[in-house]
Design a protein around this ligand. Sequence first.
Ligand code: RFL
Ligand code: PHB
Length: 390
Amino acid sequence: MRTQVVIIGSGPSGLLLGQMLHLAGIDAVILDRVSKDYILGRVRAGVLEEGMVAMLERAKAATRLHQEGLPHDGFSLAFDGRDHRIDLHHLTGGKRVMVYGQTEVTRDLMEAREAAGCQTIYDATNVQPHDFDGQTPYVTYEKDGVTHRIDCDFIAGCDGFHGSSRKAVPQAAIKEFEKIYPFGWLGILAEVPPVSHELIYANHPRGFALCSMRSTTRSRYYVQCPLDDKVEDWSDDRFWDEIRRRLPAHHAEAMVTGPSFEKSIAPLRSFVTEPMRFGRLFLAGDAAHIVPPTGAKGLNLAASDIFYLSEGLIEFYKDKSTAGIDAYSARALSRVWKAVRFSWWMTTMMHRFPDTGDFGQRIQEAELDYLVGSVAASTALAENYVGLPY
Ligand code: RFL
Ligand code: PHB
């Protein structure tokens, strides 16, 4: 088989790239190691920057997002028994974020791809990129016991942190930067109305907590937990007791509880790969970088990578110019590092670390107090939270 671009990974990065290329008349095949249902069963991010919403509009996959997404003009920072609203809209001159689950973004992009008749091969195992340092790259994979080969012009590695694309790059050609945090997030989904109509990020001596949502009837809540905790250790009752203890009293009292229907623990890490291009192989999204979820940036970085990469590839095919693909890595990394910095800063300010102690707790509270009391500091937070320009 031959196509112009092989995209490895059918997550948000791969699907968005596939859609942008299709709309520009460029053929791409997407390969994923798992099934469509498995991908749609994953619960992940929930906050979309305006830049990502604009990308989904350009990808013609934003109809349901505009019907069902919840525009948010602000969020709360809770600490020391109080909470303070960060007015994103006012502080950024009219910007806001959209609360809409990654699962729904993925579903919308899959539907757009199916409607366009583009090819996705699910359950493709042992996917391997080859010869990307030359002019004639190809990808091999196995399906139903048979090995297949797809020849192409370019390979896009959109296969997440554990994918095979990054691993195919020779060690000497890649530099990896990593920071692992000494805690995880225990997250639940429950069919209960959110405690507040906006998100609440809480700093508490017992650890961080986040109240988010997927709709006006479905809540997504998280608490910081030790990395070695098991989901089985956390009954629903234990979760509800813990999150209420970490919130200001008026929220704790107002919180509606109920059975959870999803519960999982995610580790937190910051990770960046430099560069993001190796000959005719490009890395995008989680394949190239990971941020802790505190700043809600992981999914949004996938969209900005695809903005730069799709522009570069479209320029290559339309104008016979390599300027865009040559600039891809530097353009993407410049924005990635700013989001890595912001996510690290939010994580550091909001979580209890092993060495935080009473002194560290007071320093965090002083920083939060300064942040909510200073227009300059609140503006810097808001500008980063709504997303830096592409
Ligand atoms: P994805 O979504 O991981 O998609 C990668 C796709 O590649 C497939 N794949 C392979 N296919 C073929 N061959 C292989 N060898 C392959 N290996 C993997 C996978 O099956 C998958 O379909 O990466 P993408 O598209 O770059 O999208 C990035 C976002 O998913 C990610 O940044 C965010 O979800 C990160 N993230 C969160 N971000 C937030 O902003 N807020 C959150 O609350 C949040 N929660 C999370 C998260 C990521 C998690 N992961 C990766 C474990 C919670 C979790 C559990
Ligand atoms: C979510 O709704 O899952 C969510 C929201 C904001 C974050 C992280 C996760 O910072």
